[in-house]
Design a binder for this molecule. Sequence first.
Ligand code: FE2
Length: 236
Amino acid sequence: MPFPLFTRFLLAGLTALCLLLGSALPAWAEFSLPPLPYAVDALEPAIDATTMTIHHDRHHGAYVANLNGQIQANPSLADLNLNDLQAKISQFPVAVRNNGGGHWNHSLFWTLLAPAGQGGSPSQDLIAAIDRDFGSMQAMRTQFEQAATTRFGSGWAWLIRKPDGSLAITSTANQDNPLMDIPGIERGVPLLALDVWEHAYYLKYQNRRPDYIQAWWPLVNWQEVNHRYAIATSGR
Ligand SMILES: [Fe+2]
């Protein structure tokens, strides 16, 4: 359904606010594509502007449109916030799982990136937890890179905080994520995420996924990772 530009900005802002606050989308609202929090060329040269434009506007845009296309057949979607949908995803058809996951994953992913030099560094609390559970920051990075590199086909690599409070590295296929109530998924609160679908890197890196992973580290928005860890730890 076409909306005037102002309305689309309003809906995008509302969705971003709901994602941040974990509050329910109003029943009248469709899901909407949040704008990128930086310019499409802000992550150059590691991630080029053309890739960012296609990735955000077309791929993420398609997940949103396709999820909205599922509302009529699954009217309870309109009353669920995007976070809560993940934990109930097994109750819905696979199209909701793929597109609802795609919308949630990408909405998070954009916030976990920042122009090189602007993402800050891990907090002391996060470093302490990483040292406790992995031995060192370098060991965590190595394990994360292993998960991202070896994910066969399309999917994601994650640093999560598990329900017992420990941190872990995991990966999921397609658009699944660690919030989903799907057998075989290691569940926890995602703190850091990397999209390893070819659409995220192929234009610049072709089949060289490890090069994309190495180029991505300087773009991590550690301030957002710290924020997510603090919220997860506080139980809010
Ligand atoms: Fe993607």
